[in-house]
Design a protein around this ligand. Structure first.
Ligand SMILES: N[C@@H](CCC(=O)N[C@@H](CS)C(=O)NCC(=O)O)C(=O)O
Length: 271
């Protein structure tokens, strides 16, 4: 039995916060999921699975309206919503399915707490652990702003206001990361921690905006994730490359980033 079970659409950089952490900490994480568009045909549950005809019948008790990132109907069980009151993915569960853990930063924290080795993934003392939490908190604020930007691009409804607010969020977040990295190789302590993992994952999530550059062009707006970032925030972007090239990141988060940059014009996202 895995130490933690996760359900999500895949690929998802936020899930990779947990898998990268798991590799660094020798934790066994099981992932269930499917492509974003296919998740509407899945039962959202600890025992997540593709829907049967019976599940889809009119009046199904699992039928719910999607709230964020998905559109239309989703099938979430009562047990799923008990465990995950905000109804979001990635959704993690304790091995018996009794306890839900939501918010990808907290899911990565759960993996860190289940660590089977002495890699200082969550710092070496309460002060470092709390500083790591500080980075995780600012990363969630950044993620919230970039999520609005990404969803507006996907919906082809990007406005000047959302674009300007995201540009400001990038300045604030990347400015802080740049400063924090002055003379350092990792955000906290001497080794890669949850702070570096969550930073890298949210940058890859933000990089997904690459797929929708045409929407920005049509609106006469500049892409916010582009080469320019390397000139403005050289230490932060070099750190991103370093993290994504690390053996714990390469199999999924690193590979996903390479794919985003290579297939930038391949199409648009759906979640
Ligand atoms: N901050 C959350 C974001 C999770 C989130 O917003 N998930 C959306 C998909 S992008 C979701 O599950 N939506 C479910 C729905 O639309 O009902 C995290 O990091 O886990």
């Amino acid at each position: 039995m895995a130490d933690l079970r996760l359900f999500s659409y895949m690929p998802n950089p936020r899930v990779y916060k947990a898998t990268v952490t798991a590799r660094l900490c020798d934790v066994d994480v099981e992932i269930r999921g499917a492509k974003p568009r296919e998740l509407a045909d899945w039962l959202w549950d600890f025992d997540a699975r593709p829907l049967t005809e019976e599940d889809k019948a009119p009046g199904s008790p699992t039928l719910r309206e999607a709230r964020m990132g998905f559109a239309g109907a989703l099938h979430k069980t009562d047990a799923f919503l008990d465990a995950h009151p905000f109804g979001t993915v990635p959704a993690a569960f304790s091995p018996d399915g009794a306890l839900g853990i939501f918010e990808s930063n907290s899911i990565a924290r759960a993996v860190a707490r289940l660590s089977k080795n002495d890699h200082p993934i969550y710092g070496r003392d309460p002060y470092e652990a709390s500083r790591i939490d500080s980075f995780l908190d600012v990363s969630l604020v950044f993620a919230r702003d970039t999520q609005k930007y990404l969803l507006a691009l996907i919906a082809k409804s990007i406005s000047q206001d959302i674009h300007a607010a995201t540009a400001k969020a990038v300045d604030t977040h990347m400015g802080g990361i740049e400063k924090a990295l002055a003379g350092r190789t990792c955000l906290v302590g001497e080794a890669l921690s949850l702070a570096d993992i969550c930073f890298a994952a949210e940058m890859v999530e933000f990089a997904l905006s690459h797929y929708n550059r045409a929407v920005l062009e049509d609106a006469g707006l500049m892409p916010l994730f582009d080469e320019n970032l390397k000139d403005r925030f050289p230490a932060a972007m070099a750190h991103l490359d370093r993290c994504l090239g690390h053996e714990a990141f390469v199999p999924d988060l690193g590979a996903h980033y390479v794919q985003i940059l290579e297939h930038a014009d391949a199409g648009s996202l759906s979640a």
